[in-house]
Write a protein that binds this ligand. Sequence first.
Ligand code: UN1
Length: 502
Amino acid sequence: MATFNAAPTHRNFIAGEWRDPLTGEYLESLNPAHQDETVGLFPRSGKEDVDAAVNAALEAYPRWRDTPAPRRAEILFRAGQLLLENKDAFAQDMTREMGKVLLETRGDVQEAIDMTFFMAGEGRRLYGVTTPSELPNKLCLTFRVPIGVAGLITPWNFPMAIPSWKSIPALICGNCVVLKPAEDAPLSSVNFVNALTEAGVPAGVVNLVMGEGAECGAPLVAHPATRIVSFTGSTAVGREVGAEAARQLKHCNLELGGKNAIIVLDDANLELALEGCLWAAFGTTGQRCTAASRIIVQKGVYGKFLERLTERAGELRVGDGLDPRTQMGPVVNRQQLDTIASYVEIGKQEGAKLRLGGRRMTGGDLAQGLFFAPTIFAEVTPNMRIAQEEIFGPVVAVMPCDGLEQALEFANGVAYGLSSAIYTADVNRAMRAARELQTGIAYVNAPTIGAEVHLPFGGTKNTGNGHRESGLATLDVYSEWKTVYVDYSGALQRAQIDTEEL
Ligand code: UN1
């Protein structure tokens, strides 16, 4: 298949062809591990580019909608196979554009593969219900029907997985797609769209427009023809997206912020909890929606746990994600680096105890990159800003607690509700926590990260608007129900009225 990453200047993909942006402008994407290395130039698209992409999708829609779902699925199965064959190359590109270590970028591509195969299987299901009628000689059944054009806006932290979470279910349901990836990681979307196209997705069915949120994302959300909008990003932007979608009565799926907690009780397997906390707090440099940014530890093990966590986090090898020895890569961009540094100052001012890190790392090979040391705050109390606000970096707040009751109170005492976890050997406490943690996802004796594609993904409170990605649940975002009643009695039968006479 074609080389995915030959040209340093990339183009939008509209109506089956790679096109220069009508704005004539490009954004430079830099490698966060080596800011002197340009990954490529990517379109800085505007409203006219979005209009062209949406029009292409509208034009392609009737044919794609009428293509039998099992035929659509065959194309997606081929796409999954191509993603698999190119996993290593795509992972390399992803590490270069957004920094996470190769092990994780391979995992990201794998998540897209998993989603593609899982959803392609839906091509021969997309089950509805058949059910008895309250009247004789009458049949009731339901179908999922596509909606039209889906405008999809995706973040940089899972640059292939999240575009797949949104576009693959949209496609299997029979919708056409306009994808707008984050400007920090567009190359992975170029690779993803290339694979779909190579697999045989017809022209206009999948379109890619690249650019900034305000200039390119906002017109996609506001376009009257995008009848589905799905957005993953900040709560502040999500509110705007949701408000516009509500004005136009669009289907709207929002995946927003998180402030996820791991509870470690006195009876936990401490080594297991430690491994889980390290992975959830510092994996992906803490830049997952599902990352654990709070660890709530019962007093009996608090001191020992904090000591071990500090020791282990201090040993993490920070560096270029392309180096197989690296355990934690850079943060994505300079703005994030500044945000993280500012939260460290806030934490100190609030009286939390900085136990590890808290600073940028610039020594040796790290000089040209955006590296921030694994950072641990101890003695954090629930009302501190570092215990309430999403930081999106390698910063974790460790909080002492009295026991399960207080741990749940702390864990639930935030505005978000994506993921949570508890480490305990007591099945009764584990089950109580699983019930009472106010999050869309809860883990027992496992960290807050690592959701699998065949289960619903999403959160409560300010994390979203009640919809779910992944699993079969996401089909409700990308389709509508049609209910069909077939009356073969040959007579007028009146529901709710004629039933009395039976
Ligand atoms: C995200 O952080 O936005 O559950 C997605 C996980 C991954 C997906 C994370 N499978 O951590």
